[in-house]
Design a protein around this ligand. Structure first.
Ligand code: FAD
Length: 399
């Protein structure tokens, strides 16, 4: 059996390794001339690390990453911590896998190296999938130059502007969520006394929030700083912004944030888009995964984690159900759609929590959080159980 995978992002590369592990031949078709990842960090939560363990790349991810001690919710101006959820050994013991921060380029490189070692020649670069043809006998990915690559299953892991999704469901556009993210990675030696603590810190503010954490063994500081804006007119997702604009957005904020902005060589702005849950992710021989199926706001740090979970579930169910692929793909959708849709909705809801604008909103949101942090510190762990304790490896094998 042969899986064609459109897209070599985190979802597509993980899918290649999952299908290889399941005994399939793999062809990964990536539009870009090289596999590259933006200079930014990514949080890989225990639910995603369980997949990486199943495909034997978990240790390589840990080795190039950073294990945070906790998640902290803080006030952006004062720096006051509202609630602290321990990670480190606690995450491993409670959710059966570590929580890791990784540079995206390092993660992409670990995954791509594993694909190249295990499936030599499987990655085709400069290979944009324009459309597909499917029938009872198989599926062909049609590239932009008209050439065809044939297989048994086509995986649409081609991101938020997915060509595979457009053919499956017709054209539409993702929705601008009104949020724009500043992103930066800075060597910690530039930050003097303002190196971020070894935690994933989410800093709350009026109509904005920021997230800071460490990467690469603690040598790099990562910042994602999200502001609400209704004036985004550019078609482009990413634009270089100025340090002055970024500092204006976060004027008066804690120096842990402003120092990173001051010390950044380049500051990029990412417009954040999502899309309501799709009515279907699959056809007879085509399945979507990751952002192609369920783009979401990054307010739960789960977009890539959901793509990674999808990849395992799809490979497991397709391998087991290869004699009736259409049924297997519907089983994949039935397993994954409710979970990914819930995380999409949760990410939207977090936007309200993180960006409270009114005094009443702040009091009724951050007050109970602060109180819970003091009276019932385990509450943060319980809140994360539904996401981090989930084991897609077990769930897909049991489905
Ligand atoms: P993509 O990464 O978009 O990859 C799609 C690939 O397909 C690309 O390589 C593209 O070149 C290729 N492609 C596109 N069209 C074609 C075509 N027609 N043919 C062939 N190839 C094609 N998630 C987390 O889990 N944790 C986090 O901490 C986190 N932080 C985030 C912070 C921000 C600011 C943002 C914006 C997102 C964050 N996310 C996070 C979400 C995460 O980045 C995405 O959900 C994830 O990268 C999606 O992976 P993907 O493989 O589905 O799609």
């Amino acid at each position: 059996m042969k899986a064609l995978i459109a897209g070599g992002g985190i979802g597509g590369l993980t899918a290649a390794l999952c299908f290889e592990k399941a005994g399939w031949e793999v062809a990964l078709l990536e539009r870009a001339p090289e596999l590259s990842a933006v200079g930014a960090g990514i949080q890989v939560s225990p639910n995603a690390m369980k997949v990486f363990r199943a495909i034997d790349v978990d240790q390589a991810v840990i080795d190039c990453g950073f294990i945070p001690e906790a998640i902290e919710i803080r006030m952006g101006l004062s720096g006051q911590t509202l609630i602290r959820t321990p990670l480190g050994q606690t995450a491993k013991a409670r959710w059966h896998a570590p929580y890791v921060h990784v540079h995206r380029a390092d993660l992409a490189s670990v995954l791509a190296q594993a694909v190249r070692a295990r499936c030599p020649g499987a990655i085709a670069l400069g290979a944009p999938v324009a459309s597909y043809e499917e029938d009872g006998a198989g599926v062909a990915a049609v590239l932009a130059d008209g050439s065809k690559v044939k297989g048994d299953l086509l995986v649409g892991a081609d991101g938020i502007h997915s060509a595979v999704r457009a053919q499956l469901l017709g054209p539409d556009k993702p929705v601008f969520t009104g949020n724009v993210a500043w992103r930066s990675v800075v060597p910690v030696e530039r930050l003097g006394g303002h190196v971020p603590d070894p935690v994933a810190a989410a800093w709350m503010g009026e109509g904005k929030h920021a997230v800071t954490y460490l990467l690469r063994g603690g040598t790099l500081a990562n910042l994602v700083a999200v502001v609400e804006r209704d004036d985004w007119v550019s078609e482009s997702w990413t634009e270089q912004g100025t340090r002055e604009d970024a500092l204006r957005d976060f004027a008066g904020w804690h120096p842990s944030i402003t120092t990173i902005l001051e010390q950044s060589d380049a500051l990029f702005q990412w417009a954040l888009f999502d899309r309501p849950p799709l009515r279907t992710w699959v056809s007879q021989r085509v399945a979507l995964l990751g952002d192609a199926a369920h783009p979401m706001l990054p307010f739960m740090a789960q977009g890539a984690a959901m793509a990674i979970e999808d990849a395992f579930a799809l490979s497991e169910l397709a391998a087991r159900g290869k004699d009736d692929l259409a049924a297997a793909l519907h089983a994949y959708q039935a397993l994954r759609r409710p979970r990914a849709s819930a995380v999409q909705a949760g990410s939207r809801a977090n936007a309200k929590t993180f960006h409270q604008r009114t005094s009443l909103g702040k009091l009724t949101t951050y007050g109970p959080m602060w109180l819970a942090g003091r009276l019932a510190p385990g509450v943060g762990l319980k809140r994360q159980d539904g996401i981090y304790a989930y084991d897609v490896v077990k769930a897909a094998r049991a489905a």
